[in-house]
Design a protein around this ligand. Structure first.
Ligand SMILES: Nc1ncnc2c1ncn2[C@@H]1O[C@H](COP(=O)(O)OP(=O)(O)O)[C@@H](O)[C@H]1O
Ligand SMILES: [Mg+2]
Length: 285
């Protein structure tokens, strides 16, 4: 059970003066219960790649398999595969279309033959998990702030309890509390409900804190794939490719460059601090 991309190419506005090749020969694998991160600068092809995987864009060539079903060729046959996927768009306005918050979250649930009480429970549960209380149910969607809209967009996807969720820059526009809540939620959904996720971001700190593995896109090409230890082992090459590591990783790299021997898999300052104390003790006592 997995997502497999083989030799995917995608070109926008093909055969027009605005033609732009956005993806070059992408090969990618994501295991069923994995949180995979897609990192890359603006315009590197992250959104395009996510939209190709979800079937919103059809690749020029190549093959996409979701749970062993080829979605690139047989769209009709693959329809029930798309029911397994929830997608949070980069711009919340692109996915919110109901007037009231309750209706927005309930929209997908209404197609699942649930009772009114079950729908209410799931709507309120999904809103709570993004920090919006039940009072929001009757609010108008167009009156929400941009951070609230993003939380709503995420809640309406979480409510569906799909097997996979894809997030395009999910923390953009969220305040600190909203970011922490969402990242915790992502980890919880993965460990407790075994939901597979692909998250797109240009922020390596957030990505390394939640993803099992991250890939790097550059100018539409997939140039690196690995877990944090692999990324750290290739620090110099990746930095040359334009990658800016989180400050905690920059510190680890700098200490190692000066002769320390710290492991590369620490995800935050707390883990780095623990390693520093361990190394320091080893060297000076
Ligand atoms: N509709 C479009 N027509 C032409 N080029 C596009 C279109 N949408 C995106 N692009 C171009 O494709 C490239 C990849 O875009 P995108 O996937 O949105 O990048 P990212 O999400 O990494 O910022 C960019 O150079 C972008 O300008
Ligand atoms: Mg994008």
């Amino acid at each position: 059970m997995s997502i497999v991309l083989k030799n995917i190419n995608y070109t926008y506005q093909i055969n027009t003066p605005f033609m732009r090749k956005a993806l070059h020969n992408i090969n990618l694998y994501s295991g069923k219960n994995e949180i995979l991160g897609i990192l890359g600068g603006t315009g590197s092809g992250k959104t395009t790649l996510l939209q190709v995987i979800t079937g919103l864009l059809t690749p020029d060539s190549g093959q996409i398999e979701i749970d062993e079903v080829d979605i690139s060729q047989y769209r009709k046959k693959a329809l029930n595969v798309f029911d397994k996927i929830g997608m949070v768009f980069q711009v919340p306005e692109e996915q919110i279309f109901e007037k009231k918050v309750f209706s927005e979250v309930a929209f997908g649930l209404r197609k699942k033959f649930l009772s009114a009480e079950e729908i209410r429970c799931k709507v309120e549960g999904a809103l709570a998990s993004v920090g919006l209380n039940a009072d929001y149910c009757q609010r108008f969607t167009y009156n929400l702030s941009s951070g609230e809209k993003r939380r709503l967009a995420i809640a309406s996807v979480l409510a569906l309890e799909t097997e996979y969720i894809f997030f395009d820059e999910p923390t953009a526009g969220l305040d600190y509390e909203g970011r922490v809540l969402l990242l915790d939620n992502i980890k919880k959904l993965n460990t407790e409900k075994r939901i597979g996720m692909i998250i797109v971001s240009h922020d390596p700190l957030e990505m390394f804190s939640v993803c099992h593995r991250c890939v790097l896109l550059k100018d539409g090409c997939l140039v690196f794939s690995g877990d944090l230890t692999d990324w750290m082992a290739n620090y110099e090459i990746l930095t040359e490719q334009g990658m800016v590591f989180p400050q905690s990783q920059q510190l680890v790299h700098e200490l190692n460059r000066r002769g320390w021997d710290m492991k590369g898999g620490m995800k935050n300052f707390a883990e780095v601090a623990a390693q520093i104390i361990k190394c320091y003790d080893g060297r000076f006592h």
